[in-house]
Design a binder for this molecule. Structure first.
Ligand code: NAP
Length: 97
C-alpha cells in the first residue's frame, strides 16, 4: 500500500510501456508502491486489465492504453494522452519486448 498521503492531483504520473507482465509490470508495481499514478501500455487489452486491477490495490490511479509501440500511429496517440488534472508525465520507461 502506498504511504503517499497526497491527493491524486499531487501524485507523479509514470508511463510504463510493456507493462502488462514481465519487467514492465514489476517496474509499474514498484512505482505504484512509491505512490505514482500509472499509464500502462501493451498491445493486449486483457493483459492491461489484469495489470490495472492488480496495481490499483496500491491505492493509485491506473489507466491502461492498448497500443503497439512499434506502430507509429498507435504510439503517437498513446504518448500524447494527458492524465486528467495532472501537469503531465513525470516518468517514461520503454520495457516492451
Ligand atoms: N526476461 C529476461 O530475462 C530479459 C533479460 C534481458 C533483457 N530482456 C528484455 O527486456 C524486455 C522485457 O522482457 P520481459 O521478460 O519483461 O518481456 P515479457 O514478459 O514478454 O513482457 C513484454 C511486455 O511488453 C509488451 N509488449 C510487447 N511488444 C509490445 C509492443 N510492440 N507494443 C507495446 N507493448 C508490447 C507485452 O504485452 P503485449 O504482448 O500485450 O503487447 C508485455 O507487457 C525485452 O526487450 C527483453 O528482450 C529480458
Amino acid at each position: 500500500m502506498s504511504d503517499d498521503a497526497s491527493g491524486p492531483e499531487d501524485r507523479p504520473v509514470a508511463l510504463v510501456t510493456g507493462a502488462s507482465r514481465g519487467f514492465g509490470f514489476l517496474l509499474a508495481r514498484e512505482l505504484a508502491e512509491r505512490g505514482h499514478d500509472l499509464v500502462l501500455c501493451a498491445r493486449s487489452a486483457g493483459g492491461l486489465d489484469a495489470a490495472r486491477a492488480d496495481l490499483e490495490r496500491h491505492g493509485v490511479q491506473v489507466l491502461g492504453v492498448p497500443a503497439d509501440i512499434g506502430v507509429a500511429a498507435e504510439a503517437g496517440g498513446w504518448s500524447t494522452r494527458r492524465w486528467p488534472g495532472s501537469a503531465g508525465w513525470t516518468f517514461w520507461s520503454a520495457t516492451q519486448g
